[in-house]
Design a protein. Structure first.
Length: 253
């Protein structure tokens, strides 16, 4: 994974709790997720983990990079609230390769995504407890006949509430809204059988170990990084091999 210093903050992509920024680096432009945003470093960890799993499932996600933000980086956005966010985010942040001339997936564009791909996307969102890919908020961008999955900071929601995690948590997460691609996930049961065997313990460990130590330090809390990483592995592994029904999986969690 690339590790790059931010050379300039060009603009804030949108308003909201996360307020990602369009930034420049020596290796091109990225959309940077701030560690000082409302969900904090845990959302950055989720972004890296889900993105890496998507890569292994041959799903289209923008390239990810670790971006270093220093106090002397110039910014073209002078609003006070943005200055506060930047100040709270010095150090490591996470960037997704900027894809120009894209828009959010529209209902009439669902046909761009093949049934098998849609099935794998629903499966990934189920595994990672991603409640945030609905008709109202698809988190899929489209441009030039291509599409990319974006914005996985809300996945792996268990890591926001470690003191209350129990053995049953890996099996509890369920959205009240259907996944935006539920109707196209016609091969979900078949892919579930295949991917349950394909996603190995080693694959999950490799994905977790690729997260920079500095970010693990931010989410480890009072336990060691090794123990916290092992807890993520345990939750994902138990979810992978627990009971489920395809109709429940289509609710993305």
């Amino acid at each position: 994974m690339l590790r790059l210093p931010v050379t300039r903050i060009l603009s804030i992509v949108r308003q909201g709790s996360s307020a990602p920024a369009h930034v420049s680096t020596e290796a091109g432009d990225f959309v940077m997720k701030f560690r000082g945003a409302a969900q904090g470093p845990a959302a950055l960890v989720a972004e890296l983990i889900v993105g890496a799993l998507a890569d292994r499932l041959d799903l289209p996600v923008p390239e990810r990079a670790v971006l270093e933000l220093s106090a002397d980086v110039p910014t073209d956005d002078r609003r006070d609230e943005i200055a506060d966010l930047i100040h709270a985010s010095y150090g490591l942040n996470v960037g997704l390769r900027y894809v120009p001339r894209t828009h959010i997936l529209r209902p009439d564009e669902h046909r761009l995504i093949p049934f098998d791909v849609a099935s794998r996307i629903v499966w990934l969102d189920w595994l990672t407890m991603n409640l945030d890919r609905t008709e109202a908020n698809p988190n899929i961008i489209v441009g030039g006949g291509r599409y990319w999955l974006i914005d996985h900071g809300a996945a792996l929601g268990f890591h926001f509430d470690w003191p209350h995690i129990t053995e049953q948590h890996p099996h509890r997460y369920q959205s009240h809204q259907r996944h935006v691609l539920a109707e196209r996930a016609t091969a979900l049961s078949e892919w579930d059988t295949l991917l349950r065997d394909y996603v190995s313990r080693t694959m999950i460990w490799d994905v977790l170990e690729a997260v920079p130590t500095e970010l693990w330090m931010d989410v480890a809390g009072s336990v060691s990084i090794d123990r916290r990483r092992a807890a993520y592995h345990a939750v994902l592994w138990k979810r992978l091999h627990g009971e489920r029904r395809p109709d429940v999986m289509q609710h993305a969690a």
